[in-house]
Design a protein around this ligand. Sequence first.
Ligand code: PXP
Length: 236
Amino acid sequence: MKLSVNIDHIATIRQARMTNEPDPVYAALMAEMGGADGITVHLRQDRRHIQERDVEILRRVIKSRLNMEMAASMEMVKIALKYKPDMCTLVPEAKDEITTSGGLDVIMFSEKIQEVAGNLLAAGISVSLFIDPGIDNIKTCHRLGIRFVELNTGEYAKHSNSSFAALELEKIKKSATYARKLNFTLLAGHGLTYQNIKPIAAITEIEELNIGHSIIANAAFVGLKEAVARMKELLR
Ligand code: PXP
């Protein structure tokens, strides 16, 4: 299973002092040395961590795939068309949230998603939608002509080791099987850690995981290259 490392929180540390270190570009190169198959950044509308400058340089220097998470807005489309990441993942964005707080409401926002995705696809950028597990959500993504979906593991992660986590895991598995039947390339992520990853890593339909906070947190103690390598090991 592939691993895309989200390096937002390297930028969070930098922005805490509004200085120029630690540099997420350096982090991306270290993550690649640790075995990352891709680098993910979330260019938030409030620019609380990743800046446009980061996307611009990452696009030029990384050797793996660049996935840019973004709100489904035409303002963000303009930026994506300028830097051309390999993939854009559309996520819901709320001003006061600590982190992405759930999947996209693909049914309610299907028109906006179609407009944004259409512009990105026309420029040769793959489009993934971050969705909560559920058959209806997958059916809607299919109807919208989307080929990549990222299943939100946040609820599973939040309730680790409880019966609710087991129920959520079942939902993720069912959604994964259904999505593969419809030929989606399947990704998953949010809230995954070294402790809760195993049952998710065992779902063979999932091609790639998107992990940030836990890897960056561990990197403070063991270094980023090692933190990525240890997570990769758990995905084998
Ligand atoms: N996937 C999406 C769509 C996200 O928004 C995030 C958080 O930025 C992640 C995955 C990674 O989550 P975490 O930092 O909890 O590993």
